[in-house]
Write a protein that binds this ligand. Structure first.
Ligand SMILES: Cc1ncc(COP(=O)(O)O)c(C=O)c1O
Length: 435
């Protein structure tokens, strides 16, 4: 495989686009951040003519694979009527109704374009509703790239502080001084630590925001009783529980992490899969909480909110899933589990300790001696990231495209042949690494 055209374009891009890429995570792709011509279903084709089975899938949004015909057709049909109307359409009501029919949390919706944006709205609503300013964030969780949330996602261990009461470590230059002052960082999966946070800050915490399944670090499903305990603590101390379902929503189950875990928060945010690859994000909150948004006391705006293309794509996606949700998610998670089992077997065969952890529709592969990882510290202290980068490059050379961080995204377009090809490549890659 050669990547000459991508290399040339990357060189050119670097002269005109900062870093040659548009989202930092893409920079780590080896041997070079690739330039693509096309994606369809489970596959992508780069500018050098290489074909890949793609498990990046837009970093998760493409739940049906690239460019599914039924979304392309729906958007095509609506797009002639305008793109950005700055007014309401019936589609947005239908999308909100489809979401309400799918998820356990029964509330009112607001739409925006990205997960980052919608998490900002959720925090503002929580503060506006409770009149409190502090909030609890967990180490290893990601809620977007803005100043108010880009703390302790993957902090260096020598800056992270104690396990029980971690420091809030900002992860970018240029963040506003004080932007982290209201954040209390807590360790994930540790109810006693969370209770201690509430005891130390009674009447001050507006909300606890969490990835209910920790998609940004090792795909960690919370211990039994943890989410229920966190909800109880929020209710006891008058704080709101916010599930950031930007990854889990419409990926792990029709009702997302709420259906998967049986725990229903006060607010939840959605992005990625909700519109099958189009840039839509959604906040759902209990009606009495969202009342502050309805009245305009909590401000929310956006020129692109609920634009025609996005709402058309979301309506088509959610309608498609609603035709047979059980079949859709059984199939998606089932294929993912099959792939996970195959990867485990390949690692065992090669004698390389590789942890495959997750729930089928999304999972992580990391190189660690651990048999499971249940919080950020276990990840940071044991995972060999360089080894994963070598694995990903080996896989790429055999036509399998993986994310740069270790997270895999299944789509309903991945078929048995894709899985067989992927496992063949994994066996060969791990053998080379073992050698
Ligand atoms: C859990 C979670 N929340 C929020 C975001 C931010 O979403 P976006 O990249 O659409 O701004 C992400 C992105 O990966 C995410 O994984």
């Amino acid at each position: 495989m050669t990547f000459q055209r991508s290399e040339k374009l990357f060189e050119r891009a670097n002269t005109i686009i900062a870093g040659g890429i548009s989202s930092q995570i893409r920079r780590a792709e080896r041997p070079v951040p690739l330039f693509f011509k096309r994606g369809k279903g489970s596959r992508m084709w780069d500018v050098d003519g290489n074909e890949y089975v793609d498990y990046v899938q837009g970093m998760g949004p493409n739940i049906f694979g690239h460019a599914p015909d039924f979304i392309v057709d729906a958007v095509r049909e609506d797009i002639d009527n305008g793109f950005c109307l700055a007014g309401q359409t019936e589609h947005e009501i239908e999308v909100a109704e489809l979401i309400r029919a799918a998820i356990p949390l029964q509330g009112l919706a607001r739409f925006a374009s990205s997960g980052t944006e919608i998490d900002q709205l959720a925090l503002r609503v929580a503060r506006g509703f409770t009149g409190r300013s502090k909030w609890v964030k967990f180490e290893g969780h990601y809620h977007g790239w803005t100043d108010t949330v880009l703390y302790s996602v993957h902090p260096p261990l020598d800056e992270a502080g104690s396990v029980d009461a971690p420091n809030a470590v900002g992860e970018s230059l240029g963040m506003a001084p004080g932007s982290g002052d209201d954040i209390i960082i807590a360790p994930w999966n540790d109810l006693a630590a969370l209770e201690a946070v509430f005891q130390a800050n009674p009447d001050e915490i507006a909300c606890v925001m969490m990835e209910p399944i920790m998609g940004n670090t090792n795909c960690i499903v919370a211990d039994d009783g943890y989410l229920e305990g966190a909800l109880d603590l929020c209710e006891k101390y008058g704080a709101l529980l916010i599930f950031d379902e930007v990854i889990t929503g419409f990926r792990v189950a029709h009702g997302g992490a709420q259906e998967f875990t049986g725990v229903i928060p006060h607010m939840a945010t959605y992005g990625k899969s909700v519109a099958g690859g189009f840039p839509l994000s959604v906040l759902i909150g209990l009606p009495e909480i969202m009342e502050r948004v309805s009245t305009g006391e909590v401000q929310h705006g956006g020129s692109f909110n609920s634009n025609v293309m996005v709402m058309s794509a979301a309506r088509a996606s959610l309608t498609h899933i609603a035709e047979n949700p059980e079949g859709f998610y059984n199939d998606l998670n089932g294929r993912g589990l099959k792939l996970m089992q195959g990867l485990n077997a390949a690692a065992e065969e090669a004698g390389i300790p590789m942890l495959v952890q997750g729930i089928g529709s999304t999972f992580w592969t990391t190189f660690t001696e651990r048999e499971s990882i249940r919080d950020y510290r276990e990840h940071a202290s044991s995972v060999d990231e360089e080894k994963y980068a070598v694995f990903a490059e080996q896989m790429l050379n055999q036509g399998i495209r993986l994310s740069t961080n270790g997270r895999w995204h299944m789509s309903s377009a991945h078929n048995d042949a894709d899985i067989a090809q992927t496992l063949g490549a994994a066996r060969a890659s791990l053998k080379v690494m073992a050698g």
